[in-house]
Design a protein around this ligand. Sequence first.
Ligand SMILES: Nc1nc2c(c(=O)[nH]1)N[C@H]1C(S)=C(S)[C@@H](COP(=O)(O)O)O[C@H]1N2
Ligand SMILES: [Mo]
Length: 369
Amino acid sequence: MSTTREIFEQHPGKPSTVDGLYSEHEVRLANRNAGAILELLRHDVTPTGAHYLLTHFDVPMLDPARHKVSFGEGFERSFDLGLEELRQLPQVTVPVTLECAGNGRAGVSPRNHSMPWTEGGVGTSEWTGTPLAPLIDRARPADGTVDIVFTGADEGFDSGTRHFYGRSLSRDRIAELGVLLVHEMNGAPLLPQHGAPMRLIVPGWYGMASVKWISTIEAIPTAYQGLQQAKNYRYRNHPDDPGEPVEEIRVKSLMVPPGIPDWTTRSRYVEHGRYEIVGRAWAGRRPVAKVEFGIGEEWIEAMLSPATVPSAWAKWSVTWDAKPGEHILRCRATDTDGNTQPVDPRWDAAGFGNNAVQQVRVFVSAGTS
Ligand SMILES: Nc1nc2c(c(=O)[nH]1)N[C@H]1C(S)=C(S)[C@@H](COP(=O)(O)O)O[C@H]1N2
Ligand SMILES: [Mo]
């Protein structure tokens, strides 16, 4: 007789994909995990209901009045923290741009069978909560602690392994990155799908580190080997490559597509004339230094309004003189370390970290504007 676990072990690998064709499984993932609405990039803060979603398993139902985060195993002074206790701690509100590490996966060929993001796996919210480092200090990790492990209340199978979603960070990293334990998004309690009642926010890192529905925090004396840390979320050249961990968000930019769209292709239509193109650019923990706007082979520098903090995206704008014909519009950001977005996607076996430039197809009519 086979156990449930063995049922999924029969399918340990992922189905292969074909460029341009999406399986029903991928479409279902895309329906659950909605992406940004590009025209709403006009807002500094993404309207809450339009923030992208990435949930591996099911959204757990947690009672905000009863749920507690336990600072348990491996601490000398264990304690449990409920929502009301969290509210009593020093509160900060920080704008943070979250981006899914798989954002852009659909552009990597052949793509990994997973959530088939085009460009929408990104959004910015104002998160309210308390810095995590003082809470870790209060719980006193035992001598010899190597990793602090964060586990969510959501459980499922991945690659035949049953597990709760979990990630880890070292104690130093928690302080250095300014990790927050948050309970509000844009001034309202977290929505169920965004991690209610409490989640982590790791500013500047791809979204996988910001554990939702956090339920336990543990201190362990060895490097954490959880699947979402040691197996998933690594840059790999091939499936057996041990790879490098996915961490900080790479420099990237997006524009609000100009004009009006075609319903099915989302190609754009404008009448000839001058238009202001606006967009957003971000680069993990580094500020954005420059954004360029590309029409054909020509790149012109956009005006950049710096973000208040590097963890939030910056606004940029440029005037586009739309001449009759068919055009591909692009935008390309460069960070203060000199990293620039590539025009073509870089290869990664799981399609992580694709920060290739956005391309928007526009038809400009010769009619009067
Ligand atoms: N517990 C838990 N936390 C999680 C996830 C998850 O599936 N379970 N997904 C992660 C990933 S991959 C991303 S990109 C972000 C997405 O956060 P959002 O859905 O609030 O945008 O949550 C992260 N935290
Ligand atoms: Mo993600």
